[in-house]
Design a protein around this ligand. Sequence first.
Ligand SMILES: *Cc1c(COP(=O)(O)O)cnc(C)c1O
Ligand code: SF4
Length: 384
Amino acid sequence: METQTEESSIANDKPPGCCQELKAWRFELRNSIKDIEDLVKIFPLDVEEIKCLSAVVKIYPIKITPYYLSLIDKDNPDDPIAKQCIPSPKEKDLYFNAQDDPLGEEKDTVMPGLMHRYPDRALVTLTNMCPVYCRHCTRKREWQKGSWNRQDEELDKIYKYIQDHREIRDVILSGGDPLILSTGKLENILRNLREIQHVEIIRIGTRCPVVLPQRIDEELVFTLKKYRPIWINTHFNHPNEITPESTQACDRILCAGIPVNNQTVLLRGINDEVETMTRLCQGLLKVGVRPYYLFHCDPVNGTGHLRTSIDKGLEIIKGMRGFTSGLAVPTYVVDGLDGQGKVPLQSDYLISREDNYCTLRGYRGEVFRYYYPEDKKHENRYYL
Ligand SMILES: *Cc1c(COP(=O)(O)O)cnc(C)c1O
Ligand code: SF4
């Protein structure tokens, strides 16, 4: 693990062709809000609030790109973008059962930077930096370690492990946000992974299309395209995030033959209504992005104020299934504690089973019997 500041990582990255022009996405990062002093220039806060939030960001730092900031409606006290990126005094509240690492990720870490929890896929953390620090982040614990990028020696060990484990056919690049690395560094990693014969697909988990769409530039897309099959998982949480900029970012990736799926986190007061979630998922389909998972918000310290009940998640999925395109309906998952893995949840459509039929509930709530094929005595479909 190499500790470095963002400025030094920027200085190390010279765009090809020795052009001195600052890339648009580098400009965004340089001009990001990085402390409470930056924040008060935009959102006036009183002395007490400044004191309180300064204490919060000592534990959970702040970073917001000018682009993402521009999506906030300052007249809306409940703005869904603001709630995702502006620190809250509530982050210091302690919640029963919340932990720094409830999913037991450290336990499933087989070496620095490599999690191998599921049989055929492995997750690589490349950095702990992100363009925007989401207040609901599951890996908030990583922010307390200073900024780091995975070192070459660590990466070499990771490639070796994957090489030695022939069952790994799916490698997930995660973080932090892997696309915060320079394109050159990223290409190096992709090339090394592609040299491993049994790695069938490479996934990249990134929020850049949503919070730093400028990052999805021609150079990046040109590079990614060479290492297909690549799948990108991004992280839209609210329909207000679907803008001309994020649409263009997704479109560029899609045009390179890289499918884009979305992982949403269910967040209290942000997207915890059927109407909002439906609008988000329909909006994603319109820009070619498939809603993949709706994650229940994990019991991570510093995120309690954003968590909902599981019933809320079930209600949202139930309110979507059948009422809109099946493609728009993500799988609702709760990540089990201590490495139990993702558990898919939906409300009960299978009410009971008998010898020759089962009782089902339709999406509108009607209950009916469904007979098994060998039964000749009854109609196939029978309303109770
Ligand atoms: C979520 C996750 C994966 C990927 O799971 P999929 O269901 O295949 O998307 C892999 N490894 C870890 C540690 C994960 O948390
Ligand atoms: S982009 Fe992902 S890893 Fe980064 S802060 Fe947000 S939730 Fe956490």
